[in-house]
Design a binder for this molecule. Structure first.
Ligand code: SF4
Ligand code: SF4
Length: 328
């Protein structure tokens, strides 16, 4: 292997997902120009044009029944526990200043979240790496440093940086600052959002965002509420206003046959009526099922049928036909 060739060198991963990351002792300064994120994915080719770096923010204000990133629900960092790796040494229980951890013969550990100070003693002392932290605080400067490492790849491929989550727009000050810095460097930016924020928040980042990857889950309000826990009135309204502002928008619709397949024609008709043509259907997959169990505050996830490529193609064309009929 030629070590002079940067492309062939193994790249250090500074914040490996689901592995141990040091806690900061004082969490009170998690505010402007810092954010809590849970992953930086390099060389992504699915989140906008070219080769991209995708940054996943923690915190979301939807609760989609099929969510494959339940560890992103809460903004705060959370503890994950892998019972298979636990050697029962008791170090975490002993070192916890809040007395929040207790050994449990069945589950391995019992966790008292309300007394947890997020101090990180438990993860630092777990040499078996059974306990880890999901989510970490990062400053705009630190993130920029990481993102700029891939600058040659962005330039060569027409790629850039995509902000995702969770809902990245819930940490708006930070997002705005990093978008502005990226645009200063001439880097393409994309924001992946569910759109459930005030339109004023969009207005703040419009000048620095080249592409919105906008999620749509259902057309009818009552269906949307059942699937995500929230109304979609603001989401649809924001989308119409974004389209009117002339922004590049790619709609991404997760297709979960049992839940929203019947909504597809209505969504497509709504999008066409508002001049939005870039629509991508994403097949539900079960890859994320089980992640919720890893959290020390477990989240129960549902499982649905996965659709194959041919079935997705059929849904795509049949929903187009049905949307045409709805138009009359
Ligand atoms: S410190 Fe780690 S290995 Fe030891 S009991 Fe706690 S979780 Fe298990
Ligand atoms: S992070 Fe929470 S559970 Fe872990 S040692 Fe600190 S107080 Fe205890």
């Amino acid at each position: 292997m030629c070590l002079d060739n940067k492309q062939q060198m193994p790249r250090p991963v500074r914040y490996p997902y689901l592995q141990q990351v040091p806690f900061s002792e004082d969490q009170s300064h998690i505010q402007q120009s810092t954010a809590v994120i849970f992953n930086i994915q390099r060389f992504s080719v699915f989140d906008g044009p070219g080769v991209r770096t995708a940054v996943f923010f923690k915190g979301c204000n939807l609760r989609c029944r099929w969510c494959h990133n339940p560890e992103s629900y809460e903004k705060r960092p959370q503890l994950a526990f892998d019972k298979q790796k636990c050697i029962g040494c008791g170090s975490c229980v002993e070192n916890c200043p809040g007395g929040c951890l207790l050994p449990d013969p069945g589950r391995g550990l019992v966790y008292d979240r309300k007394n947890c100070r997020d101090c990180g003693s438990c993860t630092r002392g777990c040499y078996a790496r059974a306990l880890s932290r999901i989510g970490y605080e990062i400053t705009a400067e630190e993130l920029m440093e990481e993102l700029l490492e891939e600058l040659p790849y962005y330039r060569e491929s027409g790629g850039g940086v995509t902000f995702s989550g969770g809902e990245c727009m819930l940490q708006l000050d930070f997002l705005e600052e990093v978008l502005l810095r990226l645009k200063d460097k001439g880097i393409h930016t994309a924001v992946d959002t569910a759109g459930n924020v005030p339109f004023e928040d969009f207005e703040r980042i419009l000048p620095y965002t080249d592409l919105f990857l906008y999620d749509m889950k259902a057309f009818h309000e009552e269906v949307h509420r059942k699937l995500t826990g929230v109304s979609n009135e603001r989401i649809k309204d924001n989308l119409v206003r974004l389209a009117q502002a002339g922004k590049d928008i790619r709609i991404r619709i997760p297709v979960v046959e049992e839940l929203n397949a019947s909504e597809l024609p209505f969504m497509k008709r709504f999008l066409w009526d508002n001049g939005i043509r870039d629509i991508e259907l994403l097949a539900y997959h079960r890859m994320g099922v089980g992640k919720g169990d890893l959290l020390l505050e477990p989240i129960v996830q549902e499982s649905f049928r996965e659709l194959g490529a041919e079935e997705m193609e059929e849904y795509n064309s049949s929903s187009d036909r049905a949307a045409h009929l709805l138009r009359g």
